[in-house]
Design a protein around this ligand. Structure first.
Ligand code: AMP
Ligand code: ZN
Length: 496
């Protein structure tokens, strides 16, 4: 009854049946954020995707080891080989310590991770903590695959077979984004170690055989993934932009490393599957941290939206489709989330006692044993959906079908819903409908005041004192609170 897990491999541009490299295990590496600024909600889409992938692997009964890195050094203002280090630039502009900047934005990113119910990976790898390993890696490939220029140590992409096959579009001419560096052998060659220029000082720099300097961004991910997960590991993830430069460069380094170190790796790419989420876009185009309103998760929260409404918005689209952000879309996702939570609350009211939830989390096999046999066909449909390249839009409709069934034992439905939510990660059984009320940060009135006014209004209406009841309603309206008599979802009030 279990559907094979099929995942889209960007390397082959095909759906492939997932076969773990190590029996019953799945090892996954996700490129993490560059912590020079807050992540925008588009960045967070990448981690919601990686989380759903991880949850699906766990659902399939695989022992998951997930690693996400924190890039606190080396990512230049251009993904290719141009520009300044993003963190050095931010530190210089704000006259702040680079270490403080990295710490602040790493914590902000972790707060978003928690708010979106993204599971903690087995390990967060911090790039600056892996510099000795990066040096070892670079030394082992330097002779055969690299050459030194004024600026540092460069990787020669012509020394590995099939460079750029992941991107497919990359040519030796590059795409006009690759820095013209005097002496580069091929346009696509990139620095794996950048020497600090004589007239500059960097806050972050280390000694190396190629001079004092800092590692290249691509080197970091090759080293952290290979160190923790071992080459080859199962799946490497990132946003679709990484398919063009960052991941082809990682693959080139992995090939070089595996060849020099005698590792026999299928396709030599380091990971068997390379998976990429598509972009979250704004109507005006690509999401950015500088243009217009900076869409960070906290802005959504400040406007009164529960962060899990954004998670649901992500799940409503397939991860390989572009998703357009709009406030209307987010509002619709919030309403959908409310309906799910209201249904669960009604079931909870009918059900006495505990809801079955295995301590070590749900696997499909466990669910098959514990969920009432009446729901097994729905559970199978759910499994088919997530097993077909993480089709969360369909999986959500299966959950809704389950919750719409009438006259079922409430405990049984809750058990089945809990099993499905193990993959979706909406935390449905822990959410309270009051949590989902639209409640902007700058509201002029507190929740206690509103509840108090509504209680007085209710009492007045019981007394048929409509003058008082209308006056209370107007008073609330003046403070921006809309009283929602007769609302289809049974909501009493809303702010803003
Ligand atoms: P960065 O902090 O720039 O290294 O990006 C962190 C992650 O977010 C990477 O996996 C990017 O590919 C991904 N990403 C960047 N912009 C978007 C976007 N608009 N939508 C989805 N993913 C994105
Ligand atoms: Zn990376």
């Amino acid at each position: 009854m279990t559907a094979p897990l099929r995942l889209f491999n960007s390397l082959t541009r095909e759906l492939e049946t997932f076969e773990p490299i190590h029996e019953d295990e799945a090892r996954v590496y996700s490129c993490g954020p560059t912590v020079y600024n807050y992540p925008h909600i588009g960045n967070m889409r990448a981690y919601v995707f990686a989380d759903v992938l991880g949850r699906t692997l766990s659902w399939k009964g695989l022992q998951l080891t997930h690693v996400i890195n924190i890039t606190d050094v080396g990512h230049l203002t251009d993904d290719a080989d141009a520009g300044e280090d993003k963190l050095e630039k931010a530190a210089a502009e704000r006259a702040q310590s680079i270490w403080d900047i990295a710490k602040h934005y790493t914590e902000a990113y972790w707060a978003d991770v928690r708010a979106l119910n993204i599971r903690q990976p087995a390990q967060w790898t911090i790039a600056t903590e892996f510099v000795p390993q990066m040096l070892e890696f670079a030394k082992s490939i330097a002779d055969k695959h690299c050459y030194e220029l004024e600026g540092g140590l460069y990787f020669d992409v012509s020394t590995v077979a099939d460079y750029g096959r992941l991107a497919r579009a990359v040519t030796d001419e590059g795409e006009g984004r690759i820095e013209a560096v005097e002496g580069k052998r091929n346009a696509a060659d990139f620095a794996i170690w950048r020497k600090t220029p004589a007239d500059e000082t960097r806050q972050m720099e280390w000694d190396s055989p190629w001079g004092r300097g800092a590692p290249g961004w691509h080197l970091e991910c090759s080293v952290m993934s290979g160190q923790i997960l071992g080459f080859p590991f199962d799946i490497h993830t990132g946003g679709i932009d990484h398919r063009e430069i960052h991941h082809p460069n990682e693959i080139a380094q992995n090939q070089a490393f595996c060849c020099t170190n005698g590792l026999d790796v299928p396709a030599n790419s380091g990971a068997r599957l390379w998976m990429h989420n598509n972009f979250l876009v704004e109507r005006s185009g690509k999401m950015s941290k500088s243009a217009g309103e900076f869409l960070r998760l906290q802005l959504l929260i400040d406007k009164g939206y529960h962060p899990l409404a954004y998670r649901l918005m992500c799940l409503q689209a397939h991860y390989r489709s572009e998703l357009e952000f709009s406030w209307e879309g987010l509002g619709a996702a919030l309403t959908r989330l409310k309906r799910l939570v209201i249904a669960i609350e009604a079931l909870k009211l009918r059900h006495e006692g505990k809801i079955e939830q295995p301590e070590e989390g749900w696997t499909q096999r466990g669910a098959h044993d514990e969920v009432s046999s009446m729901f097994l066909p729905l559970l199978a449909q759910f499994d088919e959906a997530v097993s077909e390249d993480l089709n969360t839009p369909v999986a959500l409709t299966v959950l809704e079908e389950l919750l719409s069934l009438k006259k079922m034992d409430a405990g049984d439905v809750l058990t089945a819903a809990s099993a499905m939510d193990a993959v979706l990660g909406l935390g449905l059984l822990d959410l309270d409908r009051a949590d989902l009320r639209v409640r902007p940060k700058d509201a002029a009135v507190s929740e206690a005041e509103i509840e108090d006014a509504l209680a007085r209004r209710k009492a007045a209406r019981v007394e048929k004192d409509f003058v008082t009841s209308d006056a209370i309603r107007d008073e609330l309206a003046a403070k921006g609170v809309e009283v929602m008599d007769g609302d289809a979802l049974g909501w009493e009030w809303r702010v803003g």
